[in-house]
Design a protein around this ligand. Structure first.
Ligand code: FEO
Length: 411
């Protein structure tokens, strides 16, 4: 553990764990290790902000007890549910029996289920909510998908410190704690962290930067690596720069075969969502469009989405005929995904996907998306049962957002 609390500002302290092992992380090994930063504010209503990895729960609580009686803790703020930050919450909560857990609504649901905290008091916060902790004020901002859906960040108004959890972090075990106390330039590690963790979610960086742009941030206290207290704006600007979208115009082709009209409806929703991102879309009914027009449109596009409904466990209409021609073309570099509405098993969508996997396009698959980005609410092939209506609108929106992100950030 970090021995002795490290003063970050008046009555604000860093505690936590320096993990200098080779840390396994998202199928990578962090050879420079990492730190799990937890903070406590010794105000009239003592408050802990994030905990440490679940492997270190007992020693974390023992260290905290040297500085603070857990029974006096009024609030435990959980900015992000992943176990490297919330993992020691059960150990802490078992001793901080009076503490209220402060987090987003989604996080509360996850924490209750993960750690069986059904009997605890939660305070659900949303964008702009403030909390008076006795002498200091915390303000909260939701930062969905940075890098998981339930995340938020916490700003201490009096000290102008942003507790940013994973955002603005660095994976490096260190005993200097502050960026102005280290001799080496940490930007390389800071950028590498961004590339590994944040870049797949870069579309949400802009939204987050919009929320914090009016805050006079003097210090960023993240949950991994260095506390940033020198050139803070430079580090924020780096996120803006690295997440900036390409201004190159992008084009998509959506072709579909629809038996009852639902796959057609889904195609139109995908088109409308892509157009919100200024992507030009050709929407073509493959059963009623000249084959040469389809092929030309596909060759001119950066993205191809193909929709098929299912009948007798197979694709409908001329889908097979067209798809056989498409997979023989050299379409290297193009992104492609399959979709369809279905009633029972939706085999046609899977048969379509099997065909696509024979092509040299970059075929979107749920498995690859989860493995490379951790995003688990985007699916490919996109399968919608019956009508693409309200309850599925969200998955359709997330899916198109994801593919827009790929296109608009491609070089
Ligand atoms: Fe550092 Fe998303 O956990």
């Amino acid at each position: 553990m970090i021995q002795n609390k490290i003063e970050v500002a008046k009555d604000v302290y860093l505690i936590g764990k320096i993990d200098d092992r080779d840390v396994p992380f998202h199928r990578l090994v962090l050879t420079k290790g990492t730190t799990y930063n937890s903070y406590f504010i010794d105000s009239e209503l003592p408050t802990v902000i994030d905990t440490v990895d679940m492997s270190f729960g007992r020693e974390y609580v023992e260290e905290l007890k040297k500085h603070l009686d857990p029974a006096t803790i009024k609030y435990i703020v959980i900015n992000h549910v992943e176990p490297d930050h919330s993992g020691s919450l059960p150990a802490l909560a078992s001793q901080a029996k009076n503490a209220v857990i402060v987090c987003t609504e989604l996080a509360a649901d996850e924490l209750k289920k993960m750690y069986r905290l059904y009997d605890r008091d939660f305070l659900i916060v949303t964008d702009g909510d403030t909390l008076d902790i006795g002498g200091k004020t915390l303000k909260f901002y939701e930062t969905p998908y940075l890098h998981t859906e339930e995340t938020m960040i916490t700003f201490c108004e009096e000290d102008k410190i942003l507790f940013s959890c994973d955002i603005f972090s660095t994976h490096i075990a260190n005993t200097e704690y502050f960026n102005d106390a280290v001799k080496d330039n940490i930007k390389e590690d800071y950028i590498l962290y961004y590339q590994l963790i944040m870049h797949p979610h870069r579309r949400h960086i802009k939204e987050m930067l919009g929320k914090i742009c009016k805050l006079e941030i003097q210090m960023i206290a993240p949950a991994h690596g260095f506390i940033l207290r020198k050139n803070v704006q430079e580090y924020i600007d780096l996120y803006e720069e690295m997440s900036r979208e390409s201004e190159v115009e992008r084009k998509a082709t959506i072709i579909y075969s629809s038996m009852t009209g639902n796959t057609k409806k889904l195609s139109k929703q995908l088109k409308a969502n892509l157009e919100l991102d200024s992507i030009q879309v050709d929407l073509l009914d493959l059963n009623n469009t000249d084959e040469n027009i389809i092929i030309r449109s596909v060759q001119e596009s950066d993205l191809l989405l193909i929709g098929a409904s299912t009948k007798y466990a197979d694709m409908t209409g001329k889908t097979e005929e067209i798809i056989k021609k498409i997979v023989e073309l050299d379409l290297q570099g193009k992104v492609c995904g399959a979709f369809g509405s279905y009633g029972w098993s939706g085999e046609g969508i899977e048969v379509l996907q099997d065909y696509l996997l024979k092509s040299n396009m970059n075929i979107l698959t749920t498995s690859e998306i989860i493995k490379t980005t951790g995003v688990n609410d985007v699916q490919f092939p996109l399968r919608i049962r019956f009508h693409p209506e309200d309850e599925t609108a969200r998955v359709i929106e997330r899916t198109t957002n994801y593919i827009s992100g790929i296109l608009l950030n491609a070089s």
